[in-house]
Write a protein that binds this ligand. Structure first.
Ligand code: KG4
Ligand code: ZN
Length: 357
């Protein structure tokens, strides 16, 4: 039996400091030996969002310990590691620099290859951990920083079908929560409040609902909620606003996912129709329910990676590292941190004023 590669993955692109060790089994399926994630919720909660300088400081304080813990938990020793993979982008540059520099130095010290990883590629390939899912598949990535529909054709081969032209979906949940007086990140709380509210109470807008293909837009919702939130007096009205917001999101995702399905089928003509939903917002039970029902109707297999692999983690980074290691796709130590690093380099940049859809 030949030795299977052992990869150390490091993630620090936003507000999670994470490290993981991954190998593969005899069938070539990636297996997680350890995955340690330290979140900074307490650091940022009073500010209503991630403060880059504080996030970077917290990464610096914790990274040694987190990597040490991941190695210890895996039952392996430093000498067993075959390569080090760090997130190099996209993300906050001061945060990326911490994990990237640490990973480079670590690789250098153990005299093993260094591999720079695109964080979005980690999310895109995360369903391959512990599973033998084949390419191609359609991916909806909904997190605090990204909201995209992508065709995942293979390692390094992506086609973006749609993206947000303003806020990410998790950001929209968090901003709504902030307006309702809930600490960051408020997305999960909105889901809880919404259970007690009337989803039809407030009529909120659905930006670019009837145009822009499967591109998304959520900033208009925030403006509408700001106006309503100023008039809210009772707890019940707060529940109703949370429920109305979540309902609008569900209506938007329902329509835009249907458009993405037809684009996927037109472009790929897939033998099997598979739909992966990843990112922190994929934890939302009402969104899951709606997307699962839609898949049933449209004959797609819905795939929701386990929640610990949906949010930011280093197992997905180590996993892409493993795939690249097998192809000997290594990087030099001068590989830069890339705050912007789209998976589909040919897709147009669709943010900011004057965007044409
Ligand atoms: O993927 P993630 O852990 O981190 C990144 O942003 O990359 O996603 C975090 C986002 C936050 O905006 C959080 O509020 C949102 O996911 N979120 C939720 C739920 N759980 C997490 N949004 C709505 N409903 C939830 N249950
Ligand atoms: Zn992420």
């Amino acid at each position: 039996m030949s030795k299977k590669p052992l990869i150390l993955g490091i993630e620090s692109s936003c507000d999670e400091t994470a490290a993981s060790l991954i190998t593969e089994n005899e069938q070539g399926i990636p297996i997680v030996l350890s995955s340690i994630v330290s979140s900074q919720e307490d650091v940022h909660k009073e500010f209503g969002g991630v403060v880059p300088e504080l996030a970077a400081r917290s990464h610096i304080e914790k990274i040694d310990l987190i990597v040490q813990k991941a190695i210890k938990k895996s039952g392996k020793s430093i000498d067993d590691i075959d390569a080090v993979a760090s997130t190099a982008g996209p993300g906050l540059i001061v945060c990326l620099s911490v994990g990237l520099s640490f990973g480079k130095a670590f690789a250098c010290a153990i005299k093993k290859p260094f591999i720079a990883i695109n964080h979005l590629e980690g999310h895109a390939l995360s369903p391959k951990i512990n599973s033998d899912i084949n390419y191609p598949y359609l991916l909806l990535l909904i997190s605090g920083g990204h909201s995209q529909f992508l065709i995942v054709k293979g390692l390094g081969n992506y086609k973006r079908l749609g993206t947000t032209i303003d806020d990410a979906l998790g950001e929209a949940f968090d901003k709504t929560a902030k307006l309702l007086g809930i600490d960051f990140p408020g997305g999960p709380q909105i889901e809880i409040l919404a259970e007690k509210g009337n989803p039809n109470k407030y009529d909120l807008p659905k930006p670019i609902f009837n145009k822009g293909g499967c591109n998304l837009s959520f900033a208009g919702l925030k403006t509408a909620i700001l106006k309503i939130s100023k008039k809210i007096k009772t707890k019940q009205e707060k529940f109703d606003l949370a429920a109305s917001f979540q309902q609008k999101i569900i209506e938007i995702l329902f329509k835009k996912t249907k458009i993405a399905f037809s684009e996927f089928e037109k472009q790929i003509k897939p033998k099997e129709k598979k739909f992966v939903v990843a990112g922190g917002v994929a934890a939302n039970k009402e969104i899951r329910k709606m997307l699962t029902n839609l898949c049933k109707k449209e004959k797609y297999e819905p795939i929701f990676p386990p929640l610990n692999l949906c949010g930011d983690n280093a197992a997905m980074i180590a996993m892409v590292g493993l795939e690249k290691f097998k192809l000997k796709k290594f990087n030099n130590l001068d590989f830069p941190a890339k705050p912007r690093w789209p998976l589909d380099e040919e897709a147009a940049f669709l943010k900011g004023a004057g965007v044409k859809l």
